[in-house]
Design a protein around this ligand. Structure first.
Ligand SMILES: [Zn+2]
Length: 303
């Protein structure tokens, strides 16, 4: 039986900022910081990351149980490497886990950020291990995590749940992943930003749904968001459909319109007539809490 220590150090790497902080056994967060990602990009990524971790390990030396790091990337099946992070430089193809563990002598767990987030949502909504839950995280991109029978579905290479990259028939739009015609190139925060720039010049994006929610172009955007969501619902017939991310929590986001659009596209009578959609609120600390759930409620229980 392992001894359990007081804290998990959670690190949530994003395209613009990264967030770092300790999560106690009572889920209280200590010494939370938000920092610019450029701090990790000048020179060697691991050296810079270690520098930030040291701030915590110096003070809380023997009280840190493990370190959980979420990346907006594809993470290898063995959870040591990060593959393909379009928005962050000098990160790909380094053995992050082993390098950090050797230097710190603390267990290190890395994963796709959405795999941490879904565990937070599962825990907070008391979703049982016998249920199927899907997480749709609509931020800059379109993130997805799938939870079945108490397991996050990872696939042969650890890259399952790349729902944002399902192909759209006849689409010629370029996606950040390098392919042409991914749904993410039609349905994501990036796309919304472009719509605002091209059609509502000068408008603060925060007001797009309040001022222009009824325009054809915004209604089409909402309809596009429903395409990948309905696709996954049709495949899995999930017990819970968790929708979160920066876009759905924008002011006056038309949640009911999105639900109607999903309903239109989902198979009748079921799953359409009995969908359990949860709109989950996330903030800057969610990734860190998710990292703590991952280590305490997922990894350690299956060890
Ligand atoms: Zn793509």
């Amino acid at each position: 039986m392992r001894e359990h220590k007081e804290y998990i150090l959670g690190i949530d790497i994003g395209g613009t900022n990264f967030r770092i902080g300790l999560v106690s056994r009572n889920r209280e967060i200590r010494d939370f910081q938000i920092k610019s990602i450029t701090e990790l990009q000048k020179g060697d990524f691991i050296t810079n990351l270690l520098e930030n971790i040291k701030y915590y390990t110096d003070v809380y030396k023997n009280e840190i149980e493990g370190i959980g790091i979420g990346f907006p990337s594809i993470v290898s099946k063995d959870k040591k490497y990060v593959y393909s992070t379009p928005n962050i430089k000098n990160l790909d193809n380094i053995n992050i886990t082993d390098t950090l563990e050797k230097k710190l002598d603390i267990p290190v767990y890395i994963n796709k950020d959405v795999n941490f987030l879904i565990l937070k949502d599962i825990k907070e909504n008391n979703i049982g291990k016998d249920k199927i839950a899907i997480g749709l995280y609509i931020g800059t991109g379109f993130g997805n995590a799938i939870y079945i029978n108490g397991q996050i579905i990872e696939g042969k290479h650890g890259v399952a749940g790349e729902l944002g990259h399902i192909p759209v028939l006849n689409s010629k739009k370029e996606c950040a992943c390098g392919n042409i015609g991914c749904i993410e190139a039609h349905a994501s925060g990036k796309v919304l930003k472009k719509i605002v720039e091209e059609n509502f010049s000068g408008l603060n994006i925060d007001n797009i749904f309040t001022n222009y929610g009824n325009t054809e172009i915004i209604k089409n955007f909402i309809d596009s968001l429903a395409v990948p969501i309905a696709t996954e619902i049709n495949i899995l017939d999930p017990d819970y459909i968790i929708i979160a991310g920066g876009v759905p929590i924008m002011k006056d986001f038309p949640i009911e319109e999105l639900k109607k659009a999903i309903y239109r596209k989902v198979r009748k009578p079921y799953p359409a007539e009995d969908m359990n959609i949860i709109i989950s609120k996330h903030d800057q600390k969610s990734g860190i809490l998710g990292a703590a759930y991952y280590i305490r409620n997922y990894v350690e229980q299956n060890l």
